[in-house]
Design a protein around this ligand. Sequence first.
Ligand SMILES: NCc1[nH]cc(CCC(=O)O)c1CC(=O)O
Length: 308
Amino acid sequence: MPASLPIGTRGSPLALWQAEHVRDRLSAHHGPERGAASLKVITTSGDRIQDKPLADFGGKGLFTKEIDEALLRGDIALAVHSTKDLPTQLPEGLCLAAVLPRADVRDAFLSPVAPSLAALPAGAVVGTSSLRRAAQVKRARPDLRVIDFRGNVQTRLRKLAEGVADATLLAKAGLDRLGLAEAATSVLSVEDMLPAVAQGAIGVVARTNDVQTRALLEPLNDATTQFAVRCERAFLAELDGSCRTPIAGLAAIEDGAIRFRGLILSPDGAEWHEVEMTGPVAEADAIGRQAGEDVRGRAGPTFLEKLM
Ligand SMILES: NCc1[nH]cc(CCC(=O)O)c1CC(=O)O
């Protein structure tokens, strides 16, 4: 029997679902022998930080470092991530070998007290650990109070049920994958809540020089999603994407054209700068970079520095 490909993943239910999905896609494409893969759960530093806001740690790759190290050592052949959790710069020797077809990019609104963000009573408490969601919530509703809300999807649902907050926001893709679509009270339009860069896209990282594994991953890649994600990640990279900067970005592809929308906000949502750019798909990276330069120019030199 050939050795099965070891897949590295974090241990949360969402991470496991995504790794199992990649394992199933591999065996569907290559058969149960050549496509055989097994999961190896790896705990990351991010998983060990329980009580402090993640933004306080500032460092990138909090949820990827130990997995990257296992890949570079050869303990695993590939790693499955939510692409939105991946730093824009992967460590030397690693590459984003495949991006799976994108799921729903939108954020869901969850609340036992109101049908939508707009309908929350004045002064209601919204729990989220995402600076991007917090800033857009405050932009729409400066009266709301935002508190830090950490933990995996299940933990946040529990905190909401316990009344720690009146509402929370979660990626619709994550809820759908976990069979928790019903938990969503409503879904926010991307106009009201621009998603995180690469939201809804599962990414697979491999060693750049591991041609065998990369060839196995090739049929899992969705070219349209990959171009969109490259454009969005180029935008993030251009703005540096410090963990303290509320940044959102979404590329949509239609008939060979890419339409990118980007947004940066002050954490209190009082100031924001939007950009929209279109161009040929082949220039996905350049469009994202240009959009980043454009929005940074208009925000002025102090806007991003204040957040560093
Ligand atoms: N930061 C956690 C995380 N990373 C990816 C997803 C959702 C799945 C996806 O975007 O592919 C989530 C949960 C959430 O934001 O609600």
